[in-house]
Design a protein around this ligand. Structure first.
Ligand SMILES: Nc1nc2c(ncn2[C@@H]2O[C@H](COP(=O)(O)OP(=O)(O)OP(=O)(O)O)[C@@H](O)[C@H]2O)c(=O)[nH]1
Ligand SMILES: [Mg+2]
Length: 200
């Protein structure tokens, strides 16, 4: 079981070309409100490293968190979420453009965690986004969030539904709860492995 990752906020950027060079980056992608920033906090075991909110649209920029020590160049990148009606259309378009450019232009981006809501996902927009991601040459893994919101009696069926809709194997989805800590140590271990394997 892996201990918390020591992450520190490095910087925010509205455009990919405002970012300094890195060694390797892992990005968190998913619908607004799916729990990306909460997951980042859980991974680091910090409450307020990344800003979270009940209202969709808490994250507005590309937010970079660097694995310590300083200047390691290993980044976990929190992104604004897509597709939530409460965020203005203009803002959504701007984020979409920002995220698309980040994914297509960032050479040190080496992996993606695709978050889907474990209680309700994947949504149609999740599936469109995943299809788009498949056209970009980037490895990605699925994380199902908010596992605590699924009733134990419904859990087996929910897990089946989710993998079926995603068209993947059971073993390809990590179930987590940022709130209860379920699955977090395992995910930390995988993230550590990602940074270690690709680094040398
Ligand atoms: N029950 C439960 N709620 C969660 C969990 N993770 C996140 N939430 C809640 O979901 C809401 C959204 O969480 P965020 O982490 O801000 O979501 P986000 O994906 O970063 O959203 P954007 O920044 O808008 O893209 C907050 O009210 C969180 O408290 C979880 O594991 N369980
Ligand atoms: Mg966020």
């Amino acid at each position: 079981m892996a201990s918390p990752l020591h992450l520190e906020f490095l910087q925010s950027a509205a455009k990919v070309d405002q970012l300094p060079d890195s060694e390797i980056e892992l990005a968190l992608l998913g619908r607004s409100n799916v729990g990306k920033s909460s997951l980042l906090n859980a991974i680091a075991n910090r409450k307020k490293l990344a800003r979270t909110s009940k209202t969709p649209g808490a994250t507005k920029l590309i937010n970079v968190y660097e694995l310590q020590p300083e200047k390691s160049g290993k980044w976990l990148v929190d992104l604004p979420g897509y597709g939530f009606a409460k965020v203005s259309r203009n803002e959504q378009e701007r984020w979409k453009h920002m995220i698309e450019r980040y994914f297509t232009e960032r050479e040190t981006l080496a992996g993606v965690l695709v978050l889907v809501d474990g209680a309700v996902g994947p949504t149609a927009l999740d599936l469109t986004t995943i299809e788009w991601l498949q056209n970009i040459d980037l490895p990605y893994n699925f994380v199902a969030t908010k596992a605590d919101k699924v009733r134990p009696s419904k859990s087996a069926q929910r897990r089946k539904d989710l993998v079926k809709k995603l068209g993947v194997d059971k073993k390809d989805v990590r179930w987590v709860s940022a709130e209860k800590g379920t699955g977090i140590p395992e995910l930390r271990g995988e993230i550590k492995g990602f940074f270690e394997d690709d680094y040398n």
